[in-house]
Write a protein that binds this ligand. Structure first.
Ligand SMILES: Cc1cc2nc3c(=O)[nH]c(=O)nc-3n(C[C@H](O)[C@H](O)[C@H](O)COP(=O)(O)O)c2cc1C
Length: 205
């Protein structure tokens, strides 16, 4: 397994920001450099669903995440929604993999139609056009036909759709266990070694 050196993680305004925050934490622990993008709506969801008090300004947010996740000083980079000169905005600078976790129906739609109206959408567009690894973790229920069509469109374009739908066969004892189920499967997709949840067949018989 070759661990990626750099990964982009985007949090959008769907419920389940805990998945994205835990993913950043695990990537940092695996010594991956993480480019973080957080939408305005995601900040609202973070304030609603967690006790995190995250500043909006990218530099302050980066410093906060570095401290919270005990990262090396340059290991976490945060870019603003219209920072078009960020490395993630171009195929020549973007990391080999991007994860949008959680992904709102709005961002899903923008990706499926190539909207690119903010840096998250642009970075996703770059990943698709460059045929890089793009993992999308949508969270919505129920789903209407357009949601489903967008997921099919993006799958056909090479993205991997991983709905935030944890399994229960590891007998979760806490919300953290459920979060770790999804994060473990994302890390598996990225090729980052993880010991959060065993792979199928290791202890499920
Ligand atoms: C607490 C909260 C929970 C939300 N949950 C979802 C959700 O699960 N799925 C979704 O698609 N949108 C959800 N939304 C709505 C999105 O945040 C909204 O559509 C927003 O425009 C998405 O913008 P973004 O994709 O730029 O982050 C939620 C909003 C709030 C405030």
């Amino acid at each position: 397994m070759t661990t990626p050196r750099r990964v982009t993680v985007a949090l959008t305004g769907a419920s389940g920001v805990q998945y994205g925050l835990r993913l950043i934490e695990c990537l940092v622990a695996a010594e991956v450099e993480v480019s973080v993008l957080i939408s305005k709506a995601a900040h609202v969801v973070i304030a609603t669903e967690t006790s995190f008090k995250l500043p909006a300004a990218p530099a302050k947010l980066a410093a906060e995440l570095v401290e919270r996740f005990a990262a090396a000083p340059e290991q976490i980079k945060v870019y603003g929604k219209e920072d078009w000169f960020a490395p993630v905005a171009s195929g020549s600078g973007a990391p080999a993999a991007m994860v949008i976790c959680p992904c709102s129906g709005g961002t899903l739609s923008a990706l499926a139609t190539g909207a690119s109206n903010n840096l998250i959408e642009r970075a996703g567009d770059v990943a698709l056009k460059e045929r890089r690894q793009l993992i999308i973790v949508p969270r919505e229920t129920p789903l209407h036909a357009v949601h489903l069509e967008h997921m099919l469109t993006l799958t056909r374009m090479g993205a991997v759709i991983m709905p935030a739908a944890p399994g229960f066969y590891h007998q979760p004892q806490s919300v953290a266990d459920l979060v770790d189920f999804i994060v473990a499967r994302i890390l598996d997709q990225l090729g980052v070694e993880q010991s959060l949840i065993a792979s199928w067949g290791a202890n499920t018989r």
